[in-house]
Design a protein. Sequence first.
Length: 365
Amino acid sequence: MRHLAWLAAGLAGLVGAAAFGGTAGASALAQGWDPRAHRTFAGPSSQVLVLGTPHLSGLPDTFRPEQLAPLLDRLAAWQPQIITIEALSGPQCDHLRRYAALHANAAEDYCPDVAAEQKALGLDMAGATIAVETMLKGWPAHPDAAQRRRLAALFLASGDPASAYVQWLRLTPAERRTGDGLDAAMVTRLEKAGARQNENVLIAATLAARLGLERVYPTDDHSADDDASDDPAFGPAVNGAWQNAATEQRKASAAALEAKLGTTDGLLALYRYHNDPSTAQIAFDSDWGAALKEPSAGRFGRRYVGWWETRNLRMVANIRAVLQRQPGARLLTIVGSSHKPYFDAYLRMLHDVQVVDTAALLHKR
């Protein structure tokens, strides 16, 4: 599906919203055993805040990183203890490279090349990943600069550049230099990361460092990518389904908000839109709902939706795996806004998880 992934992100990323609820949820509970009916547990609930984001790299030239300040302030005030991002982990990238023929070479599009970092440290992906976890298990309360540089190098070699940048930010400017495993090429890579127009750096890593966290967690998943979109009929069928009035409305709404990015609270208004529950239905109508009704003999629309649902389920499972390490924690997941309705819905299925109202937080003064 990777050949359509960029288009799906461009279309579906125009809007994000909270999950559907109300009478539909009550009806589901009445039909049989449901995990949502079993919410008795020891201790406080785990809280998850799903921030649907436009991909910052796609915003117009009027965007400036400093415009994120009101958003960062609200997120920091919530005080998340765990932050996850829409990025592939090093181990999954290793899998996608090993089985490239089965996953449409997805690693080429979504995985950083860390061969140089691994060679410099004398580690493969497994070795670097295990070294990160081993180092963090023995992490002191007050690590010194050498330890942070070493951990940053290991994060790079393990395919987790966002976490490497968290360690870079936690160093004083004078200590942001080579040494302890960081060579000149790695330092250059970290310096360039800070200049990227990317939410994993400008929001997630920046917020993690501000809050005194040591890392972020990549939880994206492309293991469902296959060769379906190689069929020449696939693209025209799904693209045709997307040509509808709801899509035009979404595009117009997003464009109007992006045109105001240079104004006071312009970017915050865009995030409020992407996380407004009232936009969920139009998002569905323009994208997945339209694809489900796509009439081709190959059922290409339903194949696309199946891939999309599988990806979201696996992403939420990755988030759940992180959260299980710390029951009762506050977790912030930052993800393209098209994922938000599905994340909220799937997370609400979990016994001890409370999904936080993102729209309410964004409207706080």
